[in-house]
Ligand binder design. Sequence first.
Ligand SMILES: C[S@@+](CC[C@H](N)C(=O)[O-])C[C@H]1O[C@@H](n2cnc3c(N)ncnc32)[C@H](O)[C@@H]1O
Length: 212
Amino acid sequence: MKPLMPYPVRTDHGALAVQARPARRWEWLWKKKHVCPWWLARTFDNRFRERFHPSGKILEPYLRPGMTALDLGCGMGFFSLAMARLEGPRGMVLSVDIQPEMLARTARKARQAGLDSRMETLRPDSDCLVLPLPVDFALAFWMAHEVNDLPLLLGRIHHYLNPGGTFMLVEPLLHVSKKRFALERALAMETGLRIEAEPRVGFSRTALFKKV
Ligand SMILES: C[S@@+](CC[C@H](N)C(=O)[O-])C[C@H]1O[C@@H](n2cnc3c(N)ncnc32)[C@H](O)[C@@H]1O
């Protein structure tokens, strides 16, 4: 009998559930709306990742000490930690993810790095994001293609961004076609965000928006 692996799926009404499937059936990976399971995140979130995603270098142009930043779909907190370092002790990072296992790992890493006082983990129950405070910078790194109601989520990002704030959308080259990325960009612009640049990030398609 094949071993079973747990993996998250969306139910019809948008909630997250866990199902089991034979471990060798990987075809769900390429389906449009899969959510990256927490146990798979180790394949790209590991000690080699800084080589192709130098987190400090990618974020440094947009973050200043004392800012508030949102790491949407934070996974295991790879970028949340870099944000907390760049923003210093007066800054705040809101790390948001729908999977509690991801948030638990982010919180543990924050404690180990002594950054927990400037980081908060939040678990939304829908794509209608609710945050405790507005943000100066928002990052959606390799997560937008997993979202059910992307127009709704982008609208919420726009809502919580301070005027002049920056939103960085980064999608994986492998999963997100040029056409699909153009659609995501257009949806972001429909919320009122203005596209500013397309910074280079390894293995990714990227767009940088400003709230005017
Ligand atoms: C491929 S992982 C990327 C994690 C992280 N951004 C990184 O680059 O290491 C995508 C993450 O987005 C999360 N996610 C998917 N849909 C989400 C939503 N609607 N709201 C918040 N997080 C979501 C998943 O649970 C997963 O942890």
